[in-house]
Ligand binder design. Structure first.
Ligand code: NAD
Length: 439
């Protein structure tokens, strides 16, 4: 199929490259010229396992190209995947500005083009957004009825940053919210040959499923971290507790997101929890459990700050800055928040994150770092040793093998505060100069 993908961020870039490698003819569209140029040069605008190689391959064969020109993309494709961002507004509600804008642009291009085209929303959006907000925009431009003159579907994305290419080819599920059967058929055929069950559901159900996923992930992490904190205070190994808890065959609980570790963050879980809670409050529905997941997460981050304060040391090293390993994504990273708190308290800080350094070199996240985090940019060190040489105490927020290999053992070198439960945490616990946030 001829596919255009709007938004070449974490979701759009991965979707575009993977769809191209499945045999589709893909045009990526972004308003950001840097991302368009990177893709056309065969380079990925995000750092993710396998994405660099894949983009180089599919751009090389001509299966993927990028443009800023919406009309060109719509003219040359039969289906559009919308992957633009849906961040939080300051009051926690869902920001639909980018979705509305891109829908206006696609609608205008469709009005010129004529013929049937299917518009598929892959961005995360609250139930009702497609039918009540976006569909009328398309109908206004096309001058016809959605489901008849223009196909419309919602196809939420379940990738996890860090493993998103693998997740694309082995999805946990495929959800197709369809307005009409023909639109659903178009989406299903995009993923022909991929494993996993396909669920064809009404559009608002598809929108809500994504929130069920992310709210539950946040809830699980919060549960594991609170359990870890209580166990730590009582001198109990929380990982042993969780191991046995998970081994209960009859409970059949997935271990995903259920290991005590550091606070969660990123561009999805916090903002999706915020907009779900905001929507519930607007609908006058009391949701005390969901409303307390983010405050619980904030408390967990504060525990890490207190561990540093208790050492009485001032020269601090931080390993890891992106919101989780395997990505350069700094949006709402709890490690950024931790670094900012320590920096604000006057600690002498050095930070190392190999993926963030790599993306900075490529230029992919340079704008984000320079505009949003100029105060941290000056603290970034490109080598692990630079941080180890500087620090009296090191916070380890990553399992990057290069960092793990360099970390001193047996109390030699700086003190270690383990935020992520290192693979050798059990052995380290007996050593001097080691503290685990979750153990
Ligand atoms: P992102 O910010 O990385 O990428 C969005 C891209 O859209 C940017 O490159 C931006 O320049 C571009 N854009 C904005 N307006 C545009 C327009 N009018 N035309 C073309 N491009 C435009 O966002 P993301 O992380 O890829 O997330 C996209 C959506 O997918 C969000 O709704 C998010 O909640 C959802 N989602 C994200 C993930 C994830 O892990 N990042 C996972 C599942 C779902």
């Amino acid at each position: 199929m001829k596919v255009s993908v709007f938004g070449l961020g974490y979701v759009g870039c991965v979707s575009a490259a993977c769809l191209a490698s499945l045999g589709h003819e893909v045009i990526g569209v972004d308003v950001n010229q840097v991302k368009v140029d990177l893709v056309n040069d065969g380079k990925a605008p995000v750092v993710e396992e396998g994405i660099g190689e894949l983009v180089a391959e599919v751009v090389g064969t001509g299966a993927l190209r990028a443009t800023r020109d919406v009309r060109e993309a719509i003219r040359d494709s039969e289906v559009s995947l919308i992957c633009v961002g849906t961040p939080s507004e300051p009051n926690g509600s869902l920001c639909t500005t980018y979705l509305e804008r891109v829908t206006e642009e696609i609608g205008a291009a469709l009005a010129e083009r004529g013929g049937r085209h299917t518009v598929v929303f892959r961005s995360t959006m609250l139930p009702g957004t497609c039918l009540n907000l976006l569909l009328p925009i398309l109908e206004k431009h096309v001058g016809g009825t959605a489901g008849v003159d223009v196909g419309v579907a919602v196809n939420p994305e379940f990738l996890r940053e860090g493993t998103s290419v693998r997740d694309f080819f082995d999805p946990p599920k495929t959800v197709v919210g369809e307005l009409d059967e023909a639109s659903g058929d178009v989406v299903e055929s995009l993923y022909d040959g991929l494993p996993g069950e396909v669920f064809r559901v009404p559009i608002p159900t598809a929108e809500a499923i994504k929130y069920a996923d992310n709210a539950f992930h946040g809830l699980k992490i919060g549960f594991a971290n609170e359990l870890g904190a209580v166990c730590r205070a009582l001198g109990v190994d929380s990982h042993q507790v969780i191991d046995v808890f998970l081994a209960d065959r009859k409970l059949n609980i997935s271990p995903a997101y259920l290991r005590p570790g550091f606070a969660f963050g990123g561009s999805c879980l916090p903002k999706d929890l915020r907009s779900l809670v905001h929507a519930a409050q607007r609908a006058d529905v009391s949701v005390p459990i969901l409303a307390h997941v983010l405050p619980s997460n904030a408390d967990h981050l504060q525990r890490a700050v207190e561990l540093v304060e208790r050492t009485g040391l001032r020269k601090v090293g931080l390993f890891g800055l992106s919101f989780k390993p395997g990505t350069d994504d700094l949006r709402e990273s709890p490690l950024v928040e931790l670094a900012e708190r320590l920096f604000g308290k006057g600690y002498d800080l050095r930070i190392h994150d190999a993926n963030v350094s790599l993306a900075r070199l490529l230029g992919a996240n340079r704008e984000y770092i320079e505009n949003r985090l100029p105060h941290l940019a000056q603290l970034l060190a490109d080598s692990v040793d630079e941080v180890l040489d500087h620090a009296e105490v090191c916070l380890v927020g990553t399992r990057d093998p290069a960092v793990l290999a360099a970390l001193p053992r047996g109390g030699t070198g700086p003190m270690i505060i383990d935020l992520v439960h290192l693979p050798d945490a059990a052995a380290r616990r007996a050593e001097p100069g080691y503290v685990g946030l979750a153990w």
